[in-house]
Design a protein around this ligand. Structure first.
Ligand SMILES: Nc1ncnc2c1ncn2[C@@H]1O[C@H](COP(=O)(O)OP(=O)(O)OP(=O)(O)O)[C@@H](O)[C@H]1O
Ligand SMILES: [Mg+2]
Length: 244
């Protein structure tokens, strides 16, 4: 069974101005698992993710990713680490002035020396994996909402990162499109062995994909553990979230 820690967050706190946004946040994520971060709007989910991605300096606490203390890396080590992490940003769509193919190619063009032909073949494979055929030369404005999400997911995983982060990938999707997006995400875990950290508050989605959950309320962790333990939790908020 997968039990290798790939992310460890310990005592992470963050204050912006007067506002304490994260307070003593601690949790771990494990290799080959889908870890869901959930909580109300404004609870601090995206802020946790931004710390993991190195977008904020750690004010207090400790964050380790793939056995690297992220406060302790030089520029080169940082670059190496972040190349192992794919990101699907909340509201972070594709660039409208580029075709879908060009959008998905970007990480490969920026970070590898592969020739154009090979990049094109890799991108076509990833698009196919996301059930997107025939969209390579289309512009984002010509895609449906669900297709856009899948194209953004293709871009996030085009470098085959062992670790994938997604901030509300299913937001705004109808239940059927959401279910098929979930299936694709589960496939990435199963077929490619990716470890995935996802922010979502769609209960149906959480029940389908989560191995483990991290429940945040007003910047504090109120539950972290396996989904089956969450479903049996006596904590009122956790219980109500899953049983209403
Ligand atoms: N850089 C910042 N400066 C000041 N306040 C911030 C900053 N980043 C986040 N916050 C505040 O921290 C709180 C948590 O924000 P965050 O974006 O993490 O919430 P969230 O849980 O992702 O919510 P949502 O579900 O709406 O995306 C919010 O009140 C927000 O205004
Ligand atoms: Mg958010």
């Amino acid at each position: 069974m997968a039990d290798k820690k790939i992310i460890e967050v310990n005592g992470l706190s963050a204050t912006f101005g007067e506002r304490e946004v994260l307070r003593d946040v601690s949790f771990s994520a494990y290799q080959g698992e889908v870890t869901v971060i959930l909580g109300e709007s404004g609870s601090g989910k995206t802020t946790v993710l931004k710390h993991l991605l190195g977008l904020y300096d750690i004010q207090e606490g400790y964050v380790s990713i793939l056995d690297n203390d992220i406060s302790d890396l030089n520029e080169e080590e940082q670059k190496d680490l972040y190349l192992k992490m794919g990101v699907f940003y909340q509201n972070g769509g594709l660039l409208n002035s580029l075709t879908v193919g060009e959008n998905v190619s970007l990480p490969l063009e920026q970070h590898t020396h592969l020739d154009d032909d090979l990049i094109r073949r890799i991108v076509l494979t990833k698009l196919q994996l996301m059930h997107l055929n025939g969209v390579y030369d289309m512009f984002p404005s010509q895609l449906s909402g669900g297709m856009l999400k899948r194209a953004a997911l293709a871009r996030a995983m085009v470098m085959d990162p062992p670790l994938l982060f997604c901030d509300e990938p299913g937001a705004g999707l109808d239940p059927i499109s959401l279910a098929s997006l979930d299936k694709l995400i589960l496939n990435l875990r199963k077929e490619l062995g990716m470890s995935i950290v996802i922010i979502t508050h769609e209960v149906s989605s959480i029940l389908r994909i989560a191995d483990r959950i991290v429940f945040i309320d007003e910047g504090k962790i109120i539950f972290t553990g396996k989904i089956k333990d969450a479903l049996e939790s006596k904590n009122k908020e956790v219980h109500d979230f899953f049983h209403i």
